[in-house]
Design a binder for this molecule. Structure first.
Ligand SMILES: Nc1nc2c(ncn2[C@@H]2O[C@H](COP(=O)(O)OP(=O)(O)OP(=O)(O)O)[C@@H](O)[C@H]2O)c(=O)[nH]1
Ligand SMILES: [Mg+2]
Length: 365
């Protein structure tokens, strides 16, 4: 069975088809979850804590489900996993399409599993709802990692809003951690606001770049550079090595112009090749020294606490919005009010007030 097919279990589960078998014999012996029956939340929690991948996959599918009935069960599973989560490092990786994210994650992930780490790869890609997750198509670029029993790769959740996709990924992080994964890699394609969402759920943020023709800094969003804890210039191999080193100098110079980070960490610029593996161990050294430093200063925990607060507020915002826009009366009234605003019969502010009033009145009925 192809690796691609093997990993599409969650999607097949969603479609009501039983998931494909897992070829790893150790995993098979671990499976206690009856696939035909819907496992209870307690069974899922137990399975996850037993490091059972089928349980983990099913729980993530539950978290990703938009079915209202699943939400409560998903919450129960997360609650049960929470005391066992948090013991990991979370690394975000971003970069424009084609920069080599998937190839890099394959190389870096293999390097980490060789060190004895357990690596989970998740993705935030709201655009993937149509294509069922670009990371899934990328499985061919992660051929080795897919087969690695110390790695778990999951395509991006689908969803209409970035907030929704990001929440699901964040909850999946908790599940992966409870299942014993100690290194979580979150990939996102560098478009839209998805980097900001990923930045707010990871400890270390890595920006992947490739060298161009001396115009490295052009077209790069200032905000992304400010978020980066490391900039890695990929594809530093063959004829590209010289250009990559020049780019490194330029980025280093540019980074020094930014105000110091709250963490007091000075972002590093390095080069690597995801094909030859050159520079990959050095990236891990950089990340390790970041964790050492932020653990010593207490910044690591402080940032996670801030992130938890942030996600609480984000979730409230997201749910309120969903609740508002899904109300049938609001759907009808919204259209009418939009027209009224367009025809200058009503000010935008008055229209908004009118709709909100209607919403709150409906709520108190
Ligand atoms: N020479 C060289 N080629 C690389 C390297 N890393 C990736 N590539 C190639 O660059 C192309 C794009 O790599 P991907 O890993 O698919 O890039 P990506 O960032 O995941 O792309 P999207 O999934 O489309 O966002 C592929 O043809 C890779 O083989 C590298 O270090 N050196
Ligand atoms: Mg990719």
């Amino acid at each position: 069975m192809s690796s691609l097919k093997k990993q599409s279990g969650s999607l097949q589960e969603k479609a009501g088809i039983s998931p494909p078998e897992i070829t790893n014999s150790a995993a098979i012996s671990q499976i206690q979850i009856n696939r035909r029956k819907q496992p209870s939340s307690d069974e899922l929690i137990k399975g996850i804590l037993d490091q059972n991948r089928t349980a983990l996959s099913r729980a993530i599918t539950l978290v990703e489900s938009t079915h209202p009935e699943h939400a409560e069960k998903a919450n129960d599973v997360i609650k049960g996993c929470l005391p066992h989560a948090n013991r990991s490092i979370r690394i975000g990786i971003t970069g424009v399409p084609g920069v080599g994210k998937s190839t890099f994650i394959e190389a870096f992930g293999k390097f980490l599993t060789a060190l004895g780490k357990k690596v989970a790869v998740l993705a935030v890609d709201p655009s993937s709802s149509l294509s069922h997750g670009s990371i899934l198509g990328d499985k061919t670029r992660m051929e080795e990692l897919v087969k690695d029993e110390n790695a778990f790769i999951r395509p991006s959740a689908s969803g209409d809003t970035l907030g929704g996709v990001a929440r699901k990924t964040r909850e999946s992080i908790i599940l992966c951690e409870a299942a014993g994964f100690d290194t979580i890699i979150i990939e996102t394609v560098g478009v839209g606001q998805s980097e900001t969402a990923v930045h707010s759920m990871v400890d270390f943020f890595l920006l992947l770049k490739i060298s161009g023709a001396g115009d490295e800094l052009q077209g790069i969003k200032r905000g992304i550079m400010e978020m980066a804890d490391a900039i890695v210039i990929n594809k530093a191999d063959g004829d590209n090595i010289k250009k990559a080193n020049q780019a490194k100098l330029e980025f280093n110079r540019a980074l020094h112009l930014f105000p110091p980070k709250k963490s007091t960490w000075q972002p590093k610029v390095t080069t690597c090749s995801a094909i030859t593996n050159d520079g990959i161990p050095e990236i891990w050294d950089t990340i390790s020294s970041y964790f050492e430093m932020t653990n010593e200063t207490g910044y690591f925990q402080e940032k996670r606490k801030d992130q938890n607060q942030f996600w609480m507020i984000e979730t409230i915002n997201e749910q309120l919005k969903l609740n508002f826009y899904n109300k049938p009366e609001i759907i009808t009234q919204l259209e009418q009010n939009k027209k009224a605003v367009q025809n200058d019969e009503l000010s935008p502010f008055a229209a908004a007030q009118r709709l909100l009033k209607l919403y709150f009145e409906e709520r108190t009925k």
